[in-house]
Design a protein around this ligand. Structure first.
Ligand SMILES: Cc1cc2nc3c(=O)[nH]c(=O)nc-3n(C[C@H](O)[C@H](O)[C@H](O)COP(=O)(O)OP(=O)(O)OC[C@H]3O[C@@H](n4cnc5c(N)ncnc54)[C@H](O)[C@@H]3O)c2cc1C
Length: 238
């Protein structure tokens, strides 16, 4: 297996996705490209040599020299508040990647795909949706995105635009917009759909509790366990 080495990336742009989540656009010299769904490892070193390392999914389609990540601030966290609130354009960050191969979509696969994301777990699914559009894939795509409230919805305008290529369903767990088709509440079997006659490959990503609950519901609905790929971010439930 190839051993990944650390390299220095430069922050070339940033974008707020919500009041608590920010996208960092990184230029990584010699970046060999990635698959939609993969992540990278980022390492911060303090002046006294103390190091903290975290993983972040790649949000961008693998079609250019730049790599984007979207970081949700975890209150009291060691790394994410720094990435969301402190890092600015021109800063240099140490990273390695891309990491992971199982939780990745093959853009040449015409088969149907179901994406299920909780909170910031939507990030690698966004890389898949962006790639799906960029390559003009005809694969049927559906996203079910569970988020606490409209304020925490990442990529809202872009998701609206992507509705032309994919079915996109939003589940608000704490507070829903008044005109939303379902009341606020945790994701249910009916949010995930009916029996899987199309046999999609399923990608589930988010906090560990969310991923476990969603994967169990998908099995109850009749999805083949081998077709369900999961990525757990740690933490609680979205
Ligand atoms: C493969 C992978 C990909 C990831 N991709 C992303 C991504 O694209 N965007 C993103 O924002 N995060 C992502 N994460 C989570 C990220 O790695 C960190 O765990 C997160 O940023 C918190 O780090 P921290 O140092 O701020 O908090 P820490 O100092 O590690 O923890 C502080 C507090 O937050 C809680 N906490 C830690 N992680 C989470 C979490 N994920 N959800 C809720 N509470 C948590 C802890 O229990 C603790 O109470 C990913 C994780 C993995 C394993």
């Amino acid at each position: 297996m190839r051993r990944l080495s650390w390299s220095i990336a430069t922050v070339v742009d940033t974008r707020w996705e919500t009041a608590t989540a920010r996208t960092l656009v990184l230029e990584v010299p010699g970046w060999a490209g990635h698959l939609p769904g993969q992540h990278l490892d980022l390492r911060l070193t303090a002046d006294d040599g103390y190091r903290a390392q975290r993983s972040y999914s790649i949000a961008s389609a693998p079609l250019g020299p730049r790599v984007e990540i979207t970081v949700q601030r975890a209150e009291g966290g060691e790394v994410s508040p720094y990435l969301v609130d402190v890092v600015t354009i021109g800063d240099r960050l140490e990273l390695r990647g891309p990491v992971g191969g199982w939780f990745a979509w093959d853009a040449t696969d015409p088969g149907p795909v179901l994406l299920v994301g909780g909170g910031s777990g939507v990030v690698p699914l966004m890389a898949m949706l962006r790639t799906h559009r960029a390559v003009g894939s005809g694969a049927p795509f559906r996203l079910v995105y569970s988020v606490r409230s409209p304020d925490e919805l990442m990529y809202a305008a872009e998701l609206d635009d992507l509705r032309a290529d994919a079915d996109i369903d939003l589940v608000f767990t704490r507070e829903a917009p008044p005109d939303h088709h379902r009341p606020a509440g945790r994701i249910t079997l009916s949010d995930l759909g009916t029996a899987p006659s199309l046999r999609p490959t399923v990608y589930v990503c988010g906090p560990t509790g969310f991923v476990e609950a969603a994967a169990a519901m998908l099995v109850t609905l009749g999805h083949d366990e081998r077709a369900i790929r999961t990525e757990r971010y740690g933490g609680g439930r979205a």
